[in-house]
Design a protein around this ligand. Structure first.
Ligand code: ADP
Ligand code: MG
Length: 472
């Protein structure tokens, strides 16, 4: 199979690509539509500099060449949700050329080559199901800045496609240019798919599958489509070049239109927008602001903190999580413990409230302190995670004070421990007898009993030592 992906990413600017209308999601229909968005005669668009900077940011993150001289072109076609009768896009001069995105697959690392990244404006939205008789049109989205990231036809499995879209999504979020929300349409993917015999050097006829609103659906659409094509070819049929749509209700695809060979969009340079030249300084300033990228960070987490690749990967799922780890690591050298806390109990609690590390009230230094008192044996882990952590998640900043107030501090006073041990052993004389006959594995059970009686306050290390001494 041969696959090329086109990803549209909505840029997280405040305003549209060519005017000051807001691009906020979810506003009442047709409330962000100035005469420029509507393309009224005499209105004059002006390029959004932040959007240009974001496109360059993505190009730099993908190792692309940034084109110094750029202009916008009009792509002419009629559609009800395209109020101007043309879309402003880049035609022969994409702002970023070439480059690659590195992905991890079960077969190792692979570089997915990019053809280009270009800028364009989004269209409005047609809704065919709101009214029985009419199609409703919301033009709020018209003019929203997009980049389109286009790969070479170099993807050869649905797994690679899945990993590539996941990585692009992580990247755009990581560098802060797009929220990556596929359900809301901030990230949209079209898959171009063809098949050929192994070893063939020319490409087969492709179909383009649209309407893929999740990464899983990209994978499923490819799997269905490749199977459909193979069956056609094996029966001696030929594949027609088509645009198809994915039906998420049964994971199939269906044809929307046969594709004419050459669309005639009558491209020409938009006469209302000045061509723009990017200075070296403008690009260098963007490069300087670029954060360390995920793959770099994953490697650093393994090398500098001795974490496993599994932990490093999970901590770099998004930038907020990675940044949080780095913050905590300034206050604690128990790196493995930080990872365990973040990926275990803290993440569980965040999931319950559908939050993430960017909005976590628990301060990095407070987590470091919590880890410290567990490491010092002042409280045990299970008490710390089930009783103290929930309080800290609400913004409390003193784990030790909570432990004291809730009477959770571990007891290492020998007298108190011994009275608990006696109580525990009295309750299970038969087990004690078995232990004395040589069933040494029972020690764990005894420690557990003491823990129960002490309500988690008995220091397990000391209890073990005392038990061993007592039962000799
Ligand atoms: P179009 O003009 O139809 O949009 P492009 O040549 O611009 O086609 O390519 C669009 C996307 O389709 C790119 O990602 C490209 O890699 C991919 N592509 C082109 N030809 C094929 C093919 N035969 N099989 C699979 N993907 C292809
Ligand atoms: Mg296309």
């Amino acid at each position: 199979m041969v696959i090329g992906l086109e990803i549209h990413a909505q840029l997280q600017t405040h305003t549209k690509l060519f005017c000051g209308d807001s691009i906020a999601f979810g506003a009442a229909p047709n409330t962000h539509i100035s005469p420029i968005t509507l393309g009224h005669p005499g209105s004059l668009p002006k390029t959004n500099k932040v959007a240009v900077a974001y496109a360059i940011k993505m190009g730099l993150a993908c190792n692309s060449t940034i084109k110094r001289d750029n202009y916008f072109a009009r792509k002419n076609y009629f559609y009800p949700d395209l109020p101007k009768g043309y879309q402003i896009s880049q035609h022969t001069t994409p702002i970023c050329v070439g480059g690659f995105v590195t992905i991890n697959t079960s077969a190792g690392q692979k570089k997915i080559e990019l053809n280009r990244i270009h800028m364009e404006e989004d269209a409005g939205k047609s809704m065919h199901d709101l009214d029985e008789q009419f199609t409703c049109i919301d033009l709020n989205r018209a003019g929203t800045p997009l980049i389109e990231i286009v790969t070479e036809p170099c993807i050869h499995s649905s797994e690679e496609a899945f990993e590539y879209v996941s990585e692009v999504r992580r990247l755009v979020q990581w560098i802060g240019i797009c929220d990556g929300n596929m359900e809301q349409g901030s990230l949209r993917c079209d898959a171009n798919i063809s098949i050929r015999l192994k070893g063939a050097t020319t490409l087969g006829t492709k179909v383009e599958v649209k309407n893929l609103n999740s990464i899983r659906n990209v994978k499923k659409a490819i799997e269905f489509e490749v199977q459909r094509m193979i069956e056609i070819v094996e029966k001696g049929g030929i594949i027609t070049q088509q645009t198809r749509s994915f039906d998420a209700s049964d994971d199939t695809t269906f044809a929307i239109r046969d594709k004419e060979d050459a669309n005639d969009y009558r491209y020409f340079a938009d006469p209302d927008l000045a061509p723009f030249h990017l200075t070296e300084l403008f690009i260098e300033n963007i490069r300087k602001d670029l954060p360390a990228l995920p793959l770099q960070m994953i490697q650093e987490f393994q090398e500098s903190f001795g974490l496993t690749i599994y932990d490093a990967n999970n901590l770099c799922a998004d930038k907020a999580t990675a940044d949080y780890f780095l913050e905590v690591s300034k206050y604690s050298v128990h790196y493995k413990a930080i990872a365990n806390w973040m990926l275990g109990p803290i993440k569980q609690q965040l999931n319950v409230s559908a939050k993430d590390f960017s909005t976590l009230l628990l301060l990095p230094q407070t987590l470091a302190e919590l880890i410290a008192i567990v490491e010092e044996g002042k409280v045990n882990f299970s008490v710390a995670s089930s009783k103290i952590l929930p309080e800290l998640m609400n913004g409390n900043i003193s784990p030790l004070a909570i432990a004291e107030a809730m009477n959770l501090l571990q007891v290492s006073d020998t007298k108190e421990l011994e009275s608990w041990i006696d109580e525990a052993l009295e309750g299970i004389p038969d087990k004690v007898a078995e232990y004395k006959k040589g069933k040494k594995g029972l020690i764990g059970l005894f420690v557990g009993e003491v823990k129960k009686i002490s309500k988690g306050k008995a220091d397990p290390k000391m209890v073990t030592a005392l038990l061993q001494e007592k039962l000799k």
